[in-house]
Write a protein that binds this ligand. Sequence first.
Ligand code: XIL
Length: 344
Amino acid sequence: DQSLRALSARHGLYFGTAVDMAALDDANDPQYRQLVQSQFNSVTAENVMKWESLEPTRGNYNWGPADKLIEFAKKNNQKVRGHVLVWQNQLPPWLTEGVNNGTISTTELRELLRKHITTVVKRYKGKIWQWDVVNEAASDPWDNPPTIHLKGFWAQHLGAGYIADAFRWARAADPSALLFYNDYNLEAFGDKGASDKTWYVYKMVKQLRQSGVPIDGLGSQGHLGTQYGNYNVFQVKEALDAFSDLGLATAFTEVDVRSQMTPGVQAGDSNEINPRLQASSDNYSVLLQACLANRHCLSYTVWGFADNHSWVPTWFSNPPEGLATLYDESYQPKRAFYAVKGDL
Ligand code: XIL
């Protein structure tokens, strides 16, 4: 068995993918399901465990799609990464509107968050390997001000304390799940100044651990764009090592490497016919090699595995970007696939 899951298992590593439930259920797209089963031994819900999907109207939970993924994973002997409990995006409108129009007070909001975390984590108690408890809480150097700070809905309404609260509530609801802080642009340290996001998150999780907050892991999303240039394995390993030296597990949780669809690069291109896409496979490798070299890196998850089911072209449209995954639009493995396979 030369699948990514079998090769990873020999290293004690889990190779995961985000799963689009609509694609998994699409009878006209059998290859999608077949590849999820054969290549991966960990799965993450791309969308169906987000708050807007789980509780679209207040008090009415829609568990169906999330339950289905859990069942699918069990059948296929796969771990599940729970994604995501606290995030400023994909919140249900009843919640954000209620807060904005003043019908939900700050006290009530905090209680709603506690209830949400408790309800979701308890429902899947014993079935989730790693939970992304808090996602994307830190700002970026291109935000205003460029000094890294806590950003978004939760910090704005509940203050910095929501992070520690969220981890404590999650731990109480399922003591056996590993609890992660998850964010992007954490692949390497910069100058360790006020605008270095990796350094900011490092100090934040260190502080959390020192104050006894139950955090077990650091999730580095790994959304890369080739136009930023390549990282090297040593830089990336150095960052992972810093986090694991705090006693945290590490994981790459959402790896994809997008290319700009500039003239000469078109949808459907593979690295074989377009050498300008080489950087994509190089970056997949760098993150994987760093993960393999860090003794506490539990899993390497890609954010979708085929270019016909990737969030990149819809999300990054100005300028257009794409071709970010391991397989092309007709499920042919690309150079990036052979690169990660060769690393395992
Ligand atoms: C993305 C999904 O892939 C899209 O389908 C959705 O429209 C928006 O969210 N960081 C995260 C993920 O933590 O949840 C995001 O997923 C991608 C960025």
